[in-house]
Design a protein around this ligand. Structure first.
Ligand code: AMP
Length: 441
């Protein structure tokens, strides 16, 4: 199937062609006809699948068609489309897509999010826009100040709905939805169909079409996973050693906390690795600049928290390093979703200390495989790394004493060795049970 088969207007096809795209991705193929037809939609699709264009293109088309959008942009100033997103970065990226694909439509758009001045947003809203992309908090500020009018919204998009739940936005979302016209089109995109997402879908969507697409970067196939066991207090030195030894560039490094990200970024920078930190305490300008520099290859490392990295659109990132494992195993999948995209292979390396063994076990269960594990000469852990095996009578996969050479390496000598990523693990682990860990931002 080609984009020309989807019934999109000449203006949109021109913009798509300018991006060099000819073939719609699976989520685009499936979602665009439903959205063009005016249906509600529930889509299970992650970042990297082309989901943004899947809703932006048909929305633009409907806005420029007098039959589907009788209110023309010259007659009013209030937005007709509202896209709610969890983070500022995602808001900026969605806005960019709206502007790129809408370059020849004459439609006007704006993103409102916190961390930047509200006045320029108010001025743009006054001048009139067609598409508003917003994070819930800042949109509520505008509603409180009566600087935005949502009475003309004909299409609502909830993007990364699962993440909005994780970030505690559900009440805000409900308050915003109360201010929208009752008759409207609703589109919801989520990486998971967790129970609370289903509940919201049930409340908001009317007879939705369902679209479900496989990850573009199925982690099992395209990403090599590996673990180096190391004591917590040696992780920084080990990471520096890896940068120096391998001449790494464009590495996305994950930490659990903002404070930890800052401290690690400082240490890397002091040691000559060009680094920036990306987290919620950074000003919007600093975050935008860090991301642009990273994408342009000016930074060797970007140290990020899970929330800040959510939805980052960075193509073909060669390597993700988990400086600390996430508490929620699904976040591991989100993290490594930044690498191995679009058919490129990627590497996900985790530095795991003894107090993270439970998280590692949960991640392996989710992946349904064991991750090859090694130790690095000179950085051998002093603490016990044995992984407690699940209760309920399952036999241990191995004895604790064998931990340093477990997982299919063929190396049973117990001698230290370098990390050796592998594409297939032992497969001994069970699927994850639902795990609710404390989330750090
Ligand atoms: P998304 O899932 O929306 O974050 O998109 C991921 C990446 O895929 C973005 O860099 C898009 O520009 C790119 N993309 C979107 N649609 C297509 C397409 N049909 N062909 C190739 N790349 C695309």
């Amino acid at each position: 199937m080609q984009f020309t088969d989807l019934g999109l207007s000449a203006e949109l096809l021109r913009a798509i062609g300018e991006q060099g795209y000819t073939t719609p991705t699976p989520v685009q193929q499936q979602a665009i006809p439903h959205i063009l037809a005016g249906r509600d939609l529930e889509a299970l699709a992650q970042t990297g699948t082309g989901k943004t264009a899947a809703f932006v293109l048909p929305i633009l088309q409907r806005l420029t068609n007098p039959q589907t959008s009788p209110l023309q942009k010259v007659t009013h100033t209030a937005p007709r489309v509202l896209v709610l997103v969890p983070t500022r970065e995602l808001a900026a990226q969605v806005l960019e897509s709206v502007r790129v694909y809408g370059a020849h439509t004459g439609l006007r758009s704006l993103a409102v999010f916190g961390g930047v001045g509200i006045n320029p947003q108010i001025q743009t809203l006054r001048r009139g826009i067609d598409i508003l992309v917003a994070t819930p908090g800042r949109l509520l500020d505008h509603l409180g100040q009566r600087t935005v009018d949502l009475s003309k919204v004909q299409t609502l998009v909830l993007d990364e709905a699962d993440r909005m739940f994780d970030m505690g936005f559900i009440r805000d979302i409900r308050r915003i939805i109360e201010r929208l016209p009752k008759v409207r089109q609703n589109l919801m995109f989520s990486a998971t169909f967790a129970a609370e997402v289903r509940e919201l879908a049930h409340a908001v969507l009317k007879n939705p079409a369902l679209v479900e697409v496989a990850r573009r970067n199925a982690p099992a196939e395209l990403v090599s996973h590996s673990v180096i066991k190391v004591d917590q207090d040696k992780k920084r030195d080990l990471l520096l050693h890896l940068f120096a030894a391998h001449g790494w560039h464009q590495v996305l490094v994950f930490c659990r906390t903002k404070h930890g990200s800052d401290a690690l970024a400082r240490k890397l920078e002091q040691s000559g690795v060009r680094t920036a930190a990306l987290h919620g305490n950074k000003s919007q300008n600093a975050r935008t600049r860090a991301l642009a520099d990273f994408k342009a290859g000016k930074l060797a490392a970007l140290v990020a928290t899970d929330i800040a990295a959510r939805g980052l659109d960075i193509d073909s990132l060669p390597r993700v390093v988990n400086f600390e494992l996430p508490n929620v195993p699904e976040d591991y999948i989100h993290r490594i979703g930044r690498t191995g995209r679009a058919g490129a292979s990627g590497e996900a390396l985790s530095l795991v200390s003894s107090d993270e063994r439970i998280q590692l076990r949960d991640i392996e269960r989710l992946l349904k495989r064991e991750i090859p594990t090694s130790v690095m000469p000179g950085f051998e852990p002093q603490h016990n790394h044995s992984v407690p095996r699940p209760a309920a009578g399952r036999p241990p996969a191995q004895k604790p004493a064998q931990a340093r050479t477990r997982s299919g390496s063929g190396d049973r000598s117990g001698a230290p060795r370098s990390p050796r990523p592998a594409r297939s693990g032992g497969g001994a682990a069970k699927p994850a049970s639902h795990h609710s860990g404390q989330r750090h931002r």
